[in-house]
Design a protein around this ligand. Structure first.
Ligand code: NAP
Length: 324
């Protein structure tokens, strides 16, 4: 049997790094697409550098996308690359649209022209539901995004569905709810909490400033979620799936649980700061992943308490290592 080849865009991101590990364990050849930068900043995949092939290309540059697909002939593409930070999407809405929305069309065009038999995964997001029309949200729930990021993801979702219907591509959209891990970017609230809790516990600071504590999210564990991506591309027919835990927790609950891990009282350390409030926040995001359960046999392995503990313990080690 020939070795399957997977191309991951966004391999340097949280999900890309876990997906690369997952696919390598399944004996795939993994090709990772990276942007050209003047400094090498691939810390999430440092441990994989001798096992993956990295090639430069950019979602903003159509020619580079054709080349990378033509050169490596993947059987599966996971399009994870995006400008993925919501506050940054308000500051750079046009760049967000170019990358997170039109970047999907550029990828799909390259697939269609080079090899339409490639199976394609699009990283869609629960942020598409935004001002939610129903709770919990399913694959049938109408979208109402509340940020330039969410709006760009709606475009990416529909263009994926459109290429599936118009050109018969095996293109799937995974509507993933928030998923976190010790590799989450520092600017995201869960990681901000776990890292700052570790700093406070180790005496480096006293306070943690957060925005709206009463925002709630459906938080899962990133390694569980990359498994769902792969499962989608192994089915007989392409389809779209919600991937979520079905549980929702407030940011204040996450903060309390994180301080609990290190035996501190969160009320002594958390302060609210207007600067971290969103321009327009989303409502009660909570996903119904029944279809993924039924058709993919997917369910999350790590629960909320396990997720918080995993993140805080990893950051306790990281902070201790940096101090040593
Ligand atoms: P992430 O850590 O922010 O990673 C984003 C990746 O995209 C990075 O590798 C980044 O490369 C790359 N990228 C950005 N602009 C690019 C461009 N113009 N050309 C090529 N690569 C570019 O995101 P993540 O948390 O792993 O999420 C993966 C995907 O799932 C994203 O599309 C995200 O929007 C989506 N998603 C995430 C969640 C979640 O909770 N994590 C939920 C739903 C959907 P650099 O390293 O060079 O910046």
């Amino acid at each position: 049997m020939t070795q399957p080849v997977a191309l991951i865009t966004g391999i340097t991101g949280q999900d890309g790094s876990y997906l690369a590990e997952f696919l390598l364990a399944k004996a795939y050849k993994v090709v990772g697409m990276v942007r050209r930068t003047s400094v090498f900043h691939h810390h999430r995949i440092e441990h994989l550098l001798d096992q993956v092939v990295l090639e430069q290309a950019d979602l903003l540059d159509q020619t580079s996308l054709h080349s990378i697909i033509r050169n490596h002939r993947p059987s599966e593409i996971y399009n994870l690359a995006a400008q993925s930070f919501i506050p940054a999407s308000f500051e750079a809405p046009v760049l967000t649209g170019e990358t997170t929305a039109l970047g999907v069309t550029r990828m799909l065009e390259a697939v269609r022209e080079v090899d339409p038999s490639i199976r394609f995964y699009q990283a869609s997001s629960s942020e598409m539901f935004g001002k939610v029309r129903e709770v919990p949200q399913t694959e049938q729930t109408p979208f109402h995004p509340r940020s330039p990021y969410g709006a760009a993801k709606v475009y990416g979702h529909w263009i994926t569905v459109n290429y599936r219907e118009a050109y018969d591509l095996f293109a799937c959209s995974g509507i993933l709810f928030n998923h976190e891990s010790p590799r989450r970017g520092m600017e995201f609230v869960t990681r901000k909490i776990s890292y700052n809790v570790a700093c406070i516990k180790q005496g480096l600071q006293q306070e943690l400033a957060l925005g709206n504590l009463d925002t709630s999210r459906d938080w899962g564990y990133a390694p569980d979620y990359v498994r769902a991506m792969w499962l989608m591309l192994q089915q007989d027919e392409p389809d779209d799936y919600v991937v979520a835990t079905g549980e929702t927790h407030l940011i204040r609950e996450f903060a309390k649980a994180a301080f609990d891990v290190v035996d501190l009282d969160w009320r002594n350390h958390v302060v609210q700061d207007e600067r971290f409030m969103r321009e327009a926040d989303v409502d009660l995001l909570v996903g119904d992943a029944a279809k993924a359960g039924r058709k993919l046999g997917w369910e999350p392995a790590l629960d909320f308490a396990g997720l918080v503990t995993t993140m805080v313990e990893a950051d306790m080690e990281l902070v201790a290592f940096k101090r040593a």
